[in-house]
Design a protein. Structure first.
Lengths: 293, 293
């Protein structure tokens, strides 16, 4: 299978940036990303502006981007109020949120695992009746900053429940970037017994330096071909102490291409897109002289 | 086998630093590294001060460090003149230099592959009669900045010739940091047919973001357990356009430990040693809050 990239920089990359980025610049960023060959773009999040001020212009951004028909556009929708706002825009897919530990859910969305399901179930149902695709996120699917190593069986049970509830795919997040290929193996061995690999997306962070090793392990050893990545390695997690950037789109694309995978992302365009924001980039490949790529 | 770390920051990490680092600070750095649990320290290089001014105090550094009997101390010796100076100090091991392409050798040491052997052969012989261990370096063993992908068979032939000449081990360098796990596999599959893994050391750079993936691949799939790493990810290569830091000792140690390897390096002490220089660090693990390590 060819590699399938969900570009998350406009949401995961920007949500923690303190300085408010003008809507125009976000729209231009998404439009540039739309021409890089990525398959999906997570454009924004319909969260309460009080909690994530950077995402207050979610509707405006979605209304003003120039849609590329080859790209799937999605947004995070944490609750029914968010879904109402989302449905006033033109979206292909929404993403709902849970996390693999009670503590992380409590810190992140102010309810436990069970509460997170009660919150997301009506959102999934309504979204499906409106014809939207739905992704379920499971954050801290490998390690939790509060509870440590997360039991793979618990994550699998949550994934199965998300599919029961009606989601089309699940993204497993190494939110604090602490997973090793060993952890990836532990989880995928259990999950892929009952779930086909095309339903699973992996979302790594580069914090502990193992994101690329994890991507290659998941692809080579388990046939996972869908990854969430962030142009320039932008991003992090506000509720995860020590979390740094997302796995960078250009680093993941380069490493997979060199490993023999069918990667259709234009690496130079990805870097140019990230550079357009004027933020410090975290990726390795963006520091390599362009003529060597 | 437990992981065997050759700490190269005092040499590979510092050789390109423009600002001259006082001998005192280098000595203190090596002394700190001696207490981190690394197995070897490449302390300096007996190169001509005109070419690498930072290494002009090679003899002074070696004379003033406090030797830990558990640690092997080595230095690069590119020619007979360098060996004379090296023999006036107390060393366990020297390292001689070649590279896998004529062009890289010409740019780096001003002679081709054949010339590099003619230069290193008398150095190896004399060093052996003096009771020193000898390492052979093969730079650009995967990719050359001038000649592209290097044929693995050529590298293997050079490695065999180095052993014929009398070296005890060979370190294969991904000098420009462009190797992927696929490249590592290509080379090790050929080399390990005729050479035992304990004779091979791998020396990765983090330039293209794949060093950790390469280390894990080499260890897990091929049983390689000896790596050259640099505290803080310090270093690079002056003759390789775009080369950034070495694979960081703390990143390699963390990833291998998480992967189940027997790693005896004290990660926090490694970071403290690197921080003692006051230079910007390049590693992922040095940015993680210390209490999470």
């Amino acid at each position: 299978m060819r590699i399938w990239i969900t570009e998350v920089a406009p949401r995961d990359g920007l949500q923690n940036v303190k300085e408010r980025i003008p809507t125009d610049r976000k729209v231009a960023f998404v439009d540039m990303l739309s021409e890089t060959g990525v398959d999906e773009i997570e454009v924004t999040a319909f969260v309460h502006p009080k909690w994530v001020p950077q995402m207050a212009d979610a509707q405006d951004v979605l209304r003003r981007i120039k849609r590329n028909p080859k790209v799937i556009y999605s947004a995070i929708v944490p609750n029914e109020k968010g879904l109402e706002r989302a449905l006033e825009t033109d979206l292909d897919k929404i993403a709902v949120l849970t996390a693999a530990t009670d503590t992380f859910n409590l810190k992140n969305i102010n309810t436990d695992i069970e509460g997170s399901f009660q919150r997301l179930i009506p959102v999934v149902r309504k979204a499906k009746t409106e014809g939207l695709k739905v992704r379920g996120y499971v954050s801290v699917a490998f390690w939790c900053p509060y509870e440590g190593k997360v039991p793979p069986q618990r994550v699998k049970d949550m994934v199965l429940r998300l599919f029961d509830v009606g989601v089309d795919e699940v993204s497993l997040g190494d939110t604090i970037g602490r997973a090793s290929p060993s952890d990836v193996k532990d989880l995928l061995e259990i999950i892929l017994k009952d779930i086909p690999p095309d339903k699973i997306v992996l979302h790594f962070h580069a914090t502990y330096g193992m994101a690329i090793a994890n991507v290659i392990c998941a692809w080579k050893e388990f046939g996972i071909y869908r990854f969430d990545t962030s142009a320039g390695g932008l991003g992090g997690c506000p509720y995860a102490p020590g979390a740094s950037g997302n796995a960078a789109t250009e680093d993941v694309a380069f490493a997979l291409r060199e490993s023999g995978a069918d990667v259709r992302v234009d690496i130079k365009r990805v870097i140019e897109s990230a550079e357009s924001l004027g933020l410090p980039l975290e990726s390795a490949i963006s520091r390599v002289p362009r003529e060597n790529l």
